[in-house]
Write a protein that binds this ligand. Structure first.
Ligand code: BES
Ligand code: MN
Ligand code: ZN
Length: 504
């Protein structure tokens, strides 16, 4: 889908579908046309008001109604979309509007449309925010994952060209920048979704390594892959222990994007890449186990963020590290009670082989320290407990640095890919004590998401670090099962704002 942004008189817009907003009135007939819609209504001899008078548009955010071949306009159709109550026009309304428009345009089957929606500012957001949300929302709505179906249910969405239009003036440079940024971010999120949606018999650690290689080639990134023997030689005893029950060789993928000044320290993004999590010898119950193909969503989001940042040529330095493994039971698999030595030298008693994410991440975090980074952010579908605590709305955030935490909260708010900070207090550390090693890999049922983060914290004592638990936000279950592509928008926003990129 191609996007452009233009200032253009709406009544003169030559388009297959002109999209205009209407605020909700006391009754449908009293809906309030936005300024662009008013101009169009005048040119079309009151055709828009006539439709409202008939009560054809509820005005609820995202509701739509269509006018065909309106007289007096250059457009072939007009799609009116409800914006909801004017006094309550907020982020969720704007997103519903975009979703509603996307659905209507998809159903219409038009190839091209011109949207007058970015001009409707929210109280505390700017034009660039609207541009980013419109772009990401539309791309989200046309995403399909049907590459494994032989009978495609419906033809691919026809919508190929979208103009985000302002009724007058000229397009401010930050809005154009926001569009470029959002298009690249959408590409990155789509990559993350597809990697997440691919099943584990296709998306193996080797597959992820090859995808990283493709990115490296496409965007000229430096790239290396550590094999099992490299990890063993280095002393990554925890990482390697997770893969022992699997026939799939583990990979430690490293990608470098250097768009910033040489002297600038990189941000390191570490993504959990468990391509399938059976739980290992501490086998998971059967219900919904298929969803554990999503246990590489952290890895997918980190690769997606790299794609986004490289695609927009962001002036930043970022390194992605992805420990990729499959967690299986098997003759060689780690067993409860086994003790392993991590790359940091600390020993871990594996009391539960299903707490494998922290075992691969701890060695990846130690490895990340060698890059003397500005900050390390790891992203992981780490705990079911995080889903219990926060549900599917926000990701869990943990950080050993208050400024870093604030920056991530702000970036999440800005990207509308939100996070909520959880405590990382020392008080929780005692839950990880072990009789036989420096620590256990589980901390019992209370505060399971917190103790998982506390475990990771022991491996980044000297660096600024944050951890995002995305177990509840990376994918949806049930009928809507599928990857969300989160937290690519957050990561991109954070890196741009924090690592010296222009905030747009
Ligand atoms: N990948 C899971 C966490 C998970 C659970 C993600 C549900 C998404 C949905 C992780 O490896 C895991 O199994 N964690 C255990 C930890 C426990 C054994 C301490 C959990 O959350 O049950
Ligand atoms: Mn697990
Ligand atoms: Zn897992």
């Amino acid at each position: 889908m191609q996007f452009s942004i233009r200032a253009l008189a709406p009544e003169r817009a030559k388009t297959a579908c002109l999209v205009l907003g209407v605020f909700k009135g006391k009754t449908p007939a009293q809906g309030e046309l936005t300024p662009a819609a008013r101009r169009v209504d005048r040119a079309a001899h009151g055709a828009l008001r006539a439709v409202l008078a008939q009560g054809d548009l509820s005005g609820r955010a995202g509701s739509t109604t269509l006018l065909r071949q309106p007289h007096g306009l250059a457009a072939e159709r007009v799609l009116l979309v409800g914006l909801g109550d004017k006094d309550e026009f907020k982020e969720s309304s704007y997103r519903e509007v975009i979703r509603g428009v996307a659905t209507a345009l998809k159903d219409l089957g038009v190839r091209e449309a011109t949207l007058y929606l970015i001009g409707h500012k929210l109280p505390s957001r700017d034009l660039a925010w609207n541009v980013r949300q419109a772009t990401l929302g539309l791309r989200e709505a046309v995403y399909v994952f049907d590459q494994l179906k032989t009978q495609k249910k419906s033809p691919p969405p026809a919508l190929a060209e979208v103009t985000l239009a302002l009724p007058s003036g000229s397009v401010p440079p930050p809005a154009s920048r926001a569009l470029r940024e959002a298009v690249a971010t959408a590409e990155g999120a789509a990559l993350a979704k597809t990697l997440g949606n691919l099943p584990s018999n296709i998306c193996t650690p080797t597959y992820l390594a090859n995808e990283a290689k493709k990115l490296a080639r496409q965007f000229k990134l430096r790239h290396e892959v550590l094999e099992r023997r490299d990890m063993e030689r280095l002393g990554m005893g925890a990482l390697v222990s997770v893969t022992k029950g699997s026939h799939q060789p583990p990979k430690l993928i490293v990608l470098h994007y250097n768009g910033g000044a040489k002297a600038k320290k990189p941000v390191v993004l570490v993504g959990k890449g468990v391509t399938f999590d059976t739980g290992g010898i501490s086998l998971k119950p059967g219900a919904e186990m298929d969803e554990m193909k999503y246990d590489m969503s952290g890895a997918a989001s980190v690769l997606g963020a790299m794609r986004a940042l490289a695609g927009m040529k962001a002036p930043v330095n970022v390194i992605a590290i992805v420990p990729a493994v499959e967690n299986m039971p098997g003759g060689g698999a780690s067993k409860p009670g086994d003790v392993v030595t991590t790359l940091s030298g600390q020993t871990v008693e594996i009391l539960n082989t299903d707490a494998e994410g922290r075992l691969i991440l701890c060695d990846a975090l130690t490895y990340a320290e060698r890059y003397a980074p500005e900050a390390i952010i790891d992203v992981a579908t780490l705990t079911g407990a995080c889903v219990i605590a926060l549900g599917h709305v926000v990701s869990g955030l943990y950080a050993n640095d208050a400024k870093l935490a604030d920056a991530l909260v702000a970036a999440g708010d800005d990207a509308w890919d939100r996070v909520w900070q959880m405590p990382l207090w020392e008080d929780y550390q005692e839950q990880l004590r072990s009789n036989f090693a420096d620590m256990a890999n589980i901390g019992g049922r209370p505060a399971g998401s917190v103790t998982a983060a506390c475990f990771l914290a022991r491996f980044v004592r000297k660096q600024r670090w944050a951890h995002l638990d995305i177990a509840g936000t990376a994918y949806k279950s049930g009928r809507e099962k599928g990857s969300t592509g989160r937290p690519v928008p957050l990561l991109v926003r954070f890196v741009l704002r924090h690592a010296g990129g222009r905030a747009g």
